[in-house]
Design a protein around this ligand. Structure first.
Ligand code: ZN
Ligand code: ZN
Ligand code: FE
Length: 760
């Protein structure tokens, strides 16, 4: 055997199966004239390598540097191998048992190589809307079981033609083992149907869809993770009709534009937002609107932002080729129901909304909504983590036992753990209707199956009436169960994604969460670690007159805070925004609070924002949770440095009074100060006040790490303000980036609390 020959055994862990990793290794080895073998194993990929030492070392370097786009390497373990004098490099076929634990890639955007073929006349996949390869296309949404092989996907109904099969079997081909591989001869196709679900004669359904959209039609378009409802975004009439028919009066619609050049016609794209838009996950990115604006006003009313995405399936590219400034692409559902995925289901559920249906015959096994991100306070913030990101794990600092966490109620997600990986599900929705409940159950069993996890512990929120809690208690009787307090889960979720352990000062700010004392929390400073927490400070509780009704009608919160500040005899007519309100209705609400009828108390910061919004006349009623608070943020003058003076007693637990703030706001209002300045001053006050409270808690405890979590941190002014202020006072500040700060991230925190509790 020649000198200078080296042999290494290499184990690569992470997302390395079903993403073209073995052919990549094969080609890398061949280029360096190395011999050996690559195989899928239970841990990932195993490589045996022999050859000249320079070549072997170069191989190791390139292995991580040039890994395929869909792969995600978490660990490479290298050990000395035995030289057995092999003469070629081969791909070993994988053993079924080794493939059970493989990580499945999320669904990602069509790659550049496929796009090029899509638009090359003469290519055998020219204008074929299902073009894909090992580096792109559907994954998670078409898998029914593991291992990730064609018979376990919705591609099982399509038998590959000879040409496709040859690509599939050739390790040198970009489509080697690409499970959804297809072509016009053997794969799925698109069809155009009318509003009754009847197939329409069409030689080119995509071209016909384009002309229908241009005439103002609403078309339900089947995509990757479900149906979209599409309309030409510049046509006022079409967009308004879509709003009315979808029964979504005010929430902004997402839009899709052909490329960055098209986006800049209607929205600002900051340099840090470009890579988000063009990333292979292709999320909806919140971008600031341009004024004046070519898009219909009804796309995103009363909002400074548009939710914008670039096309991510070949079908989207073909639709957008045709001169649209942008298309509205909103999820194919009636307001708040789960998105439709099945053709027949879409025909029946969307018939009142859509004029036409552009469908296809590749089934979607699991729905996955578009993800939503924004760039604020120096980092990417996930508002909804779904398509493109799920089921990619969050890597944990610790090894967790198998846990199922059931999340909260709004923006529901679930979480499963396996060793140092936490799998947060896609966005399920608000768990307050039967169809979402069914989707919740389906997601749990689907994830358990494809991740091969049998949880020993099931965790749920402390709230006894959440549907997720009741499900955990009723459907999961055999497993050990555990309740985790909502805000504790928020803070630990933030700790988990930042991979920190031990004690932190947790700022848990949101709309609603069940406290251990039976009251509703939401403006809390906790001293927390992974196992326990202590309530160090909170907003002075006020009544929530009418319970849920007070969330839908912020004017009730206005009355609550005004009464707390000035007493029940306060003349509400002094507040201009309350003038048009029915005095009788207001009287009833005040009496309800006095007598404690249907008036649970809350320390929620989200509700304080609602109350202030109503006092300022920004919003008296809302269509979705957080709408008033969002509107208050939109009008705020961010340059305001003034604050309201708000004294509190430094005695743990600190009760932070709201009365001085409300008094100050009413005074400014009487003096004629404009709302945008009052809003700015209110934001600045919240930041200043809680920061000072944190300093006191830090002095008491010696803890100088702060973790920020809860839906209120979707407010960019607060997030940025708190990060700046706390950092200025020497805190190490931890915020959410990979996981939503809202209740979509709760399940991760729950899982970690359970894991840490069991471990100790
Ligand atoms: Zn591709
Ligand atoms: Zn084919
Ligand atoms: Fe919450």
């Amino acid at each position: 055997m020649e000198k200078n020959r080296l042999s290494l055994d290499i184990t690569v862990e992470g997302i390395v199966q079903g993403v073209g990793f073995r052919p990549f290794v094969f080609q890398l080895a061949r280029r360096r004239a190395l011999c050996g073998e690559v195989a899928n194993t239970a841990d990932g990929v195993f490589i045996h390598l022999e050859g000249k030492s320079e070549g072997v070392l170069a191989f190791i370097k390139e292995l991580s540097e040039k890994a395929p786009p869909l792969s995600h390497i978490t660990r490479i373990v290298v050990s000395k191998g035995t030289l057995n004098g092999c003469t070629a490099f081969t791909i070993a076929s994988s053993r079924p048992e080794s493939r059970k634990s493989a990580l499945i890639s999320p669904d990602v955007a069509v790659c550049d190589a496929c796009l090029k073929e899509l638009f090359t006349p003469g290519d055998r996949r020219y204008r074929y809307p299902f073009i894909n390869c090992t580096h792109c296309g559907p994954r998670y949404t078409i898998i029914d079981d593991i291992p990730y092989d064609r018979p376990n996907t919705s591609m099982k109904h399509f038998v590959m033609c000879e040409k496709c099969r040859a690509e599939y079997e050739d390790p040198e081909d970009r489509r080697f083992h690409a499970q959804p591989n297809a072509c016009p001869a053997c794969g799925p196709h698109v069809f155009l149907h009318d509003e009754k679900g009847r197939r329409m004669p069409s030689e080119d359904p995509i071209r016909d869809t384009v002309s229908l959209l241009k005439q103002g039609a609403i078309v339900a378009v089947k995509g990757l993770g479900g149906f979209h409802l599409a309309a030409d975004a510049v046509l006022d009439e079409a967009v308004m009709r879509l709003r009315k028919q979808k029964r979504r009066e005010e929430k902004p619609f997402a839009v899709m534009a052909k490329d960055l050049e098209h986006i800049v016609a209607f929205a600002m794209v900051r340099p840090e937002e470009r890579p988000l838009l063009t990333s292979m996950q292709r999320p909806i990115v919140l971008l600031e609107k341009k004024q004046p604006n070519p898009l219909a006003a009804a796309v995103s009313p009363e909002n400074k932002y548009f939710g914008v995405m670039l096309p991510y399936t070949p079908l989207h590219h073909l639709l957008l080729e045709n001169g649209f400034t942008a298309l509205v692409m909103t999820s194919g559902n009636l307001s708040e129901e789960p998105i439709a995925i099945d053709n027949e289901e879409a025909f029946s559920r969307l018939k009142e909304i859509a004029d036409y249906f552009l469908i296809h015959d590749r089934d979607i096994y699991l729905r996955s909504d578009d993800s939503i991100v924004r760039h604020t306070a120096g980092a990417v913030r996930m508002l909804r983590r779904s398509r493109g990101f799920v089921p990619r794990p969050i890597f944990l600092k610790i090894d967790a036992p198998p846990v199922l966490a059931c999340g909260a109620e709004l923006k529901s997600t679930v979480c499963l753990t396996k060793k140092n990986q936490a799998f947060l599900s896609q966005h399920i929705g608000d768990l307050d209707n039967p169809s979402t409940e069914a989707f919740f159950q389906q997601t749990v069993s689907h994830l358990e199956r494809i991740l091969d996890i049998r949880p020993g512990i099931v965790v749920h929120d402390l709230h006894p009436d959440y549907l997720s809690t009741r499900w955990a208690l009723e459907a999961r009787k055999t497993e050990k169960r555990m309740a985790v307090q909502h805000h504790h889960a928020h803070i630990v979720s933030c700790m988990a994604e930042n991979r920190i352990q031990g004690s932190v000062i947790g700022l848990a700010f949101d709309g609603t969460g069940y406290g251990p004392d039976g009251t509703i929390w939401g403006g809390e400073i906790l001293l927390a670690d992974e196992r326990a927490f202590q309530r160090m400070a909170f907003l002075e509780p006020v009544p929530l007159p009418g319970g849920e009704a007070a969330i839908r009608e912020p004017w009730r919160m206005a009355l609550s805070y005004l009464t707390a500040a000035f007493g029940p005899a306060f003349d509400f007519q002094k507040i201009p925004s309350l003038n048009p309100m029915d005095p009788k209705a207001m009287g009833i609400v005040v009496r309800m609070m006095q007598r404690g009828i249907q008036s649970p108390v809350t320390s929620s910061l989200g509700r304080l924002f609602d109350g202030v919004a109503a006092i300022l006349g920004v919003r008296q009623r809302v269509r979705f949770e957080g709408q008033a608070a969002m509107a208050l943020e939109m009008i705020a003058d961010e340059n305001t440095r003034e604050t309201y003076v708000c004294p509190w007693t430094p005695e743990i637990p600190i009760r932070i009074p709201t009365a001085p703030i409300i008094e100050g706001i009413v005074r400014d209002l009487m003096d004629g100060m404009p709302s945008h300045r009052i809003s700015g001053k209110f934001h600045a006050t919240v930041i200043e006040m809680f920061t000072q409270v944190c300093r006191t808690v830090a002095e008491e405890t010696g803890i100088r790490r702060a973790a920020l979590s809860g839906g209120v941190f979707q407010n960019a002014i607060l997030l940025k303000g708190f990060v700046d202020a706390l950092t200025r006072y020497g805190f190490e500040v931890y915020t959410h980036s990979q996981v939503p700060a809202n209740d979509g991230g709760i399940a991760l925190g729950q899982a970690l609390v359970a894991a840490a509790t069991v471990k100790s």
